[in-house]
Design a protein around this ligand. Structure first.
Ligand SMILES: Cc1cc2nc3c(=O)[nH]c(=O)nc-3n(C[C@H](O)[C@H](O)[C@H](O)COP(=O)(O)OP(=O)(O)OC[C@H]3O[C@@H](n4cnc5c(N)ncnc54)[C@H](O)[C@@H]3O)c2cc1C
Length: 397
């Protein structure tokens, strides 16, 4: 809690100016704290008369941070198959573990998943903590959260990484809250600071306009989520060896309030834009749902899939699973054709790691060209049909 010492406060307003959240205002010569205070401490640091202080656990330093050691990644799996993001986490996890000189552990939950544990070792893990039980066969937030929290308490890793997937985004905040640990969501960069071994967690902030580097100096573990397709996966090496440790699970951990009655695969998710090699993306310039039929035709001749900017999704021309960008998916296909998309930073963060980007825009100054390998300046309704025709001609030769 942020406390204002009324005897010391001189109502100078420095705290008000230093608060990025508008949570502190000076009223009648005294600083007053509002509900949007995040306890970031910026006002405390800037107050020259020391009239502000934070009381309570949030800033309390855990007794012994050095008792926490090792890098963990949560190896998400569904129906016995490890999610691609787990291998990407192993790629960055390996680098962090080597820098810290500690071991890299993959935590795997499921039922009859032992045989896939070796894939995690080939991809860089030194150890796999295997929690196997029929109660873990399907994802249930309460059970997964309880088991993960108990394992973290027992083994005390200094870093826990997870994918920013639907599962990671629901279970990891729960675990971080129970542990009182810091958590940075959607990191695009992770590195170790050499001087003190701190995990530096970088992510876009303020609508993608700045990159913020966040550290958690007061608590352990340091927790972060990373979106799929952001980190490079490590090359698999089947000669790597490692240890698979089966963890014992008490019944009290496995009880759930949730019963899974049926699993229905959404028709929207049958094509996952994060897994195809060619994407044809449409933006506001496509103008309508009908316009997206043309985008779909080009995607089809390329054996690819349709993607979209948020403007096109918000307009209802295409559904959310197709959205690329900060609040959509991060993709890294071999080919990304952006049609009628301006190239706002919030869109670019989702597609800039594509191997080849072709931009079609009638505005030659559109920012999308900054991210493009090739640019076609003109009307997409003229260019796209020509492209389709050319590709079809090439195919029939
Ligand atoms: C917090 C936050 C999160 C966001 N997250 C996302 C996100 O995840 N993904 C995302 O995409 N956006 C996101 N946005 C929105 C983003 O800022 C942009 O508003 C959005 O990307 C614009 O979409 P657009 O490029 O389709 O539309 P516009 O910016 O309107 O661009 C349309 C382009 O089409 C061109 N054009 C028009 N007609 C034609 C034609 N006939 N032929 C060729 N070119 C034509 C125009 O020249 C223009 O460049 C987010 C914004 C915020 C604040």
């Amino acid at each position: 809690m942020l406390i204002v010492d009324a005897d010391k406060c001189i109502g100078c307003g420095v705290c008000e100016d230093s608060c990025a959240f508008g949570a502190i205002v000076v009223e009648d010569g005294l600083a007053v704290v509002g509900d949007s205070c995040t306890l970031c401490g910026a006002c405390v640091e800037n107050c020259e008369v020391e009239a502000l202080c934070i009381e309570g656990g949030e800033k309390a330093v855990q007794a012994d941070l050095s008792a926490w050691s090792g890098i963990w990644i949560f190896a998400e799996s569904r129906h016995g198959e490890i999610a691609p993001v787990a291998f990407e986490l192993l790629g960055i996890g390996r680098k962090l573990a080597d820098q810290r000189g500690v071991s890299l552990t993959a935590v795997l939950f499921g039922d009859h998943v032992q045989e896939v544990a070796s894939e995690l070792i080939s991809a860089g893990a030194d150890q796999v903590l295997l929690a196997e039980n029929p109660a873990l066969a399907q994802y249930r937030e309460d059970v997964y959260g309880r088991v993960l929290e108990r394992l973290v308490q027992e083994y005390k890793p200094e870093v826990v990484l997870a994918g920013a997937t639907a599962i990671g985004r629901s279970v990891i905040p729960q675990v971080a809250t129970i542990l009182g640990a810091g958590l940075t969501a959607d990191c695009t960069g992770l590195e170790i600071r050499e001087e003190d071994g701190m995990l530096l967690q970088t992510r876009p902030a303020f609508g993608g306009n700045i990159m913020a580097t966040i550290e958690c100096p007061h608590s352990r573990p340091q927790m972060a989520t990373v979106r799929p397709n952001v980190m490079a996966r490590a090359e698999a090496d089947s000669s790597r060896t490692g240890e698979v440790v089966e963890v014992a699970l008490d019944d009290d951990l496995l009880a759930s309030r949730v019963e899974v009655l049926e699993i229905v695969v959404s028709s929207e998710e049958r094509v996952n834009i994060q897994e195809v090699e060619a994407l044809v993306a449409g933006g506001r310039g496509v103008e309508s749902e009908k316009g997206f039929e043309l985008i779909g035709e080009l995607a089809e001749v390329l054996n690819g899939a349709v993607a979209a900017s948020r403007a096109a999704v918000d307009a209802g021309w295409v559904s959310y699973p197709h959205q690329v960008g900060q609040t959509g998916k991060t993709v890294s296909p071999k080919l990304y054709i952006a049609c009628g998309i301006s190239g706002a930073i919030q869109h670019a963060v989702g597609m800039q790691s594509a191997e080849t980007v072709i931009a079609i825009n009638r505005d030659k100054n559109a920012p999308i060209y900054d991210f493009a390998t090739y640019g076609l300046v003109g009307d997409l309704f003229e260019i796209v049909p020509l492209l389709i025709k050319k590709i079809q001609e090439q195919r029939s030769v």
